[in-house]
Design a protein around this ligand. Structure first.
Ligand SMILES: Cc1cc2nc3c(=O)[nH]c(=O)nc-3n(C[C@H](O)[C@H](O)[C@H](O)COP(=O)(O)OP(=O)(O)OC[C@H]3O[C@@H](n4cnc5c(N)ncnc54)[C@H](O)[C@@H]3O)c2cc1C
Length: 403
């Protein structure tokens, strides 16, 4: 069966695919999202939204619901395992730069559910689950996704097709472009505990530097109070996935970092390979990439999903103008230039720098970095400049300057 309608087809009902769908639906553009899984995934990955992302999602009408469910995190800490607290940053200093001078913590599987509910009133938007896209074809007038479903093969066509199908998605592969960059030798394990780490003076987001085993802490709402602390650690190449995920492995990591208990309650654990990659081409004619399909980065600084949402909103704006014949298709190349540049200059460079700072092995360099950080925190002008960078405000401003 072949469908052929005047619509935009989006592959992937992750946060980026659904954000793009909502941003298009709100412009009265018909949209079909194709998702391989039978329902929304329960991903234990992103959980932290930066100010520009909150501004964009609020403009799509979901800011209030997100804030009702999430944690507002205005202060975050940089710590060292041996030295303890180095600096506590206060995002309140960005009060003149953004309506949301904080991070919001909310698991990405909660965001996708909010996005799906927000799509529901739009009769011209639909999400088809259990539609696994296996190939993409395109002609001069349309792009078509070949989907495997329980009822056999289905072809879904649209005037434009957006690949938001994640890091190992088929759309980028169909574009036959390089996924340039590298994969880190170590993996990351995420361990969630209900133990109240906050009682020891830790803010809801902390990064803890260590030459052997750095850590990133995020308090997430989970099912409601008391929430969970999700802690990300590196896993060295020589350690097996099985050991890192075992009771012994997870308790060993927790008790090395948190000295207060002999055993911690563990709610979730998961392990990931970590990449720094950006697709060389993000668009071929009617097929365009966004989110993890276009770029991957390590999670230090929490920029991957945020950058994907920035792609989604930028792309939906340009595609909307092309759809209404207010702009020609060069607007789509501008999307690529803006977002690809922001990704390389800020998200790739920043996440690599963040990770290297956390894991610095040379004690003299580490001490110097800590001194620099403390000096920076004592200078309000430099503090604001630093937080404009880490909050991704600078990356969005930079993208907007690219013509
Ligand atoms: C450990 C870890 C922690 C992270 N923490 C953060 C954080 O705090 N902040 C942050 O900003 N980012 C973070 N990230 C990154 C973030 O999780 C990703 O950037 C984000 O999930 C990307 O969203 P996406 O919609 O592009 O892709 P995905 O979330 O991967 O969604 C892709 C969707 O496409 C579907 N799909 C795949 N193939 C097909 C197919 N063939 N046909 C149809 N559907 C298909 C999948 O089932 C999925 O639903 C983290 C990542 C990791 C690994």
């Amino acid at each position: 069966m072949t469908e052929n309608t005047r619509q935009v087809v989006i592959v992937g009902a992750g946060p980026v695919g659904l954000t793009t769908a909502l941003a298009l639906a709100r412009q009265d553009i018909p949209v079909t999202v194709l998702e391989a899984e039978p329902g929304l995934t329960h991903d234990l990955r992103a959980a932290s939204y930066h100010p520009p992302t909150l501004e964009m999602l609020a403009a799509l009408g979901i800011g209030k619901t997100m804030h009702e469910k999430g944690y507002v995190v205005q202060r975050w800490q940089y710590r060292d395992r041996k030295e303890g607290l180095i600096v506590e940053w206060d995002l309140g200093v960005l009060g003149n730069d953004t309506e949301y001078p904080w991070r919001l913590h909310l698991e990405q599987h909660q965001l996708t559910r909010i996005l799906l509910a927000a799509l529901e009133p739009y009769s011209h938007a639909r999400v088809l689950f259990s539609h696994r896209v296996s190939a993409i074809e395109q002609s001069a007038s349309q792009a078509t996704a070949r989907c495997q479903t329980a009822d056999g093969e289905v072809m879904v066509s649209g005037q434009w097709l957006i690949g938001a199908d994640g890091g190992s998605g088929v759309v980028r592969k169909a574009l036959d472009t390089e996924f340039e960059g590298f994969t880190w030798p170590e993996r990351n394990v995420n361990i969630s505990t209900s133990y109240d780490i906050g009682q020891h003076g830790y803010t809801f987001n902390c990064y803890i530097a260590d030459p052997e085993e750095w850590a990133g802490l995020f308090k997430v709402p989970h099912l409601g109070p008391p929430g969970l602390w999700r802690i990300g650690f590196p896993v060295p190449d020589e350690e097996s996935d099985e050991h890192a995920l075992s009771d012994e492995g997870t308790q060993a990591r927790l008790t090395r970092l948190l000295p207060w208990e002999r055993e911690y309650p563990v709610a979730y654990r998961s392990i990931y390979r970590v990449h720094q990659r950006v697709a060389r081409d993000w668009r071929r004619e009617r097929v365009i990439l966004a989110g993890d399909a276009a770029h991957l980065n390590n999670p230090v600084g929490a920029m991957g999903l945020n950058g994907g949402v920035h792609d989604a909103v930028n792309l939906a704006d340009k595609l909307g103008r092309v759809w209404r014949a207010e702009a020609d298709t060069s607007a789509l190349d501008l999307y690529v230039r803006q977002r690809r540049t922001a990704n390389i200059e800020f998200i790739q460079a920043g996440s690599i720098r963040n990770k290297r700072t956390l894991e610095e092995r040379d004690p003299a360099v580490r001490a110097q970095r800590h001194d620099e950080m403390r000096a920076l925190a004592d200078d309000p002008v430099r503090t604001r400049a630093f937080l404009l960078g880490t909050s991704m405000i600078e990356s969005v401003r930079r993208a907007a300057t690219i013509t």
